[in-house]
Design a protein around this ligand. Sequence first.
Ligand code: HEM
Ligand code: NAG
Ligand code: NAG
Length: 512
Amino acid sequence: MNTTTITTTTTTTLYSLLPYITSFVFLLLCLEQILYLIKKRQAPGPLLVFPFLGNAISLVRDPTKFWDTHSSISARSGFSVNYIIGRFILYIRDTNLSHLVFSNVRPDAFMLVGHPFGKKLFGEHNMIYMFGQDHKDLRRRIAPNFTPRALSTYTALQQIIILRHLKQWVHLSSSNPDKPLTLRLLARDLNLETSQTVFVGPYLEEEARARFKEDYNLFNVGTMKLPIDLPGFAFRSARLAVDRLAHTLAECTAKSKSRISENQEPTCLIDFWMQEMLKELSAVKAAGEPAPAHTSDAEIGGYLFDFLFAAQDASTSSLLWAISLLDSHPEVLAKVREEVSRFWSPESDELISAEQIREMRYTQAVAREVIRYRAPATLVPHIAMRDFQLTDSYTIPKGTIVFPSVLDSSFQGFTEPDRFDPDRFGEQRQEDQLFKRNFLAFGAGAHQCVGQRYALNHLVLFIAMFSTLIDFKRHRTDGCDDIVYNPTICPKDGCSVFLSRRCTRYPNLSLE
Ligand code: HEM
Ligand SMILES: *[C@@H]1O[C@H](CO)[C@@H](O)[C@H](O)[C@H]1NC(C)=O
Ligand SMILES: *[C@@H]1O[C@H](CO)[C@@H](O)[C@H](O)[C@H]1NC(C)=O
């Protein structure tokens, strides 16, 4: 036989097999449809789903529209379903149903995943995947990072960094006064520098900081892409960047351990963490027991990465919405300026103290209202570990990705929820207490955001300094304030503004 005959024979065989292959594929597609419909049952959601990809294309193309549609079709039953890359998903609009998820994070109900492909992206050991006692122990070890004393150490660092960036923004804007300045990436840089400095500041060399920024960027791009873990794909680059970031953070941990063991004063978050942990470790050692879990440099580096991930984009989102909302509510801006001026004058060259931040009640209410009105992490993905009965008539099938919408909850309960109205959180109305159940922007239950006080402090400081030091005007265009997903939400135009200096001179802030 020569080659031609072999090829011909193979081709003939393939041709004769073709009907079988086609029917097999067809069968698989039908099976996929049927399985989807079995899981869907009476729940609102699309009847037919595109093979394999499901509705991934419309999700990636226009997340805002995708989730908006889910919110509206969930109006009656409180939830709805869909299908994305082989995964059945469930969207929750109703606050009480969302609470059912948040309060049932345990191995036989729900697992927080943070991101639909989170495990692939940031590894198995992220604290968000933990359950029960193990998770409680870790949360206990983290608590020293957010005591009032620790927070007040951070406020000084935050203000110095905020000031530096605000000066630079004004410089950029005024050196090109006809062109609006887009703040999204600039605000992200501000936050990245803040979290790096607050978390591990003294232990990051200049070079490490630059690489850090690059890696963080790669990571962020990967969070918005399909999870294709192959060379050349954004998802793979993101995964590798996470490894490098966690490694750098582990090195910082080792340096902090050694500095704190020499009884030096804590100056950043990892120091406060190590201060308590070293006490625990030496007690354990004295008793002749092995070192407890969550205490190695590598593990802590990993948790620090979790902090960074959690801290970064949600915070950026809140700063951008604050600017946009202050611009569209001049009466609120005027009240903020008036309040801040009672406590702080830039000419004093003094830092705003932790006590003063507490006393700026109105500015606090504004920060809280920004977070309510534009909950930065709109959806908090969980995976159903088992079948879970959600309502009398619907059971969530095992393996479903469940998305409680904390954004939807913000618009339930509260009086006139569609109004941006900081006074709702004032002494008189106290809607933060009254509608506590609906304020889900920081989650609820065992995994509720550990950084929320720090995040609110940051937003209050930013609002106070931005409104006091800067005159600003939003560059308003059609739909500029529409919500877009990055994957936390931000104004569609990235928040474009014109800025100029408002104070007679900038304060000279320093740690002394
Ligand atoms: C405006 C800013 C922020 C928002 C809206 C936000 C929101 C959230 C939400 C919704 C969760 C999930 C909660 C749950 O499942 O119940 C969460 C968890 C978390 N957040 Fe935040 N966050 C913010 C800032 C921060 C900051 C600044 C940090 C760190 C300093 C931080 C650290 C964390 C950590 C470590 C978790 C996981 C906790 C756990 O699994 O036990 N967050 N955050
Ligand atoms: C939600 O749950 C709360 C507390 O359990 C209850 O008071 C309220 O009536 C429930 N709301 C709805 C709409 O079911
Ligand atoms: C700012 O303050 C520092 C320390 O308080 C001082 O050394 C420096 O000269 C001051 N800078 C200006 C421009 O006043």
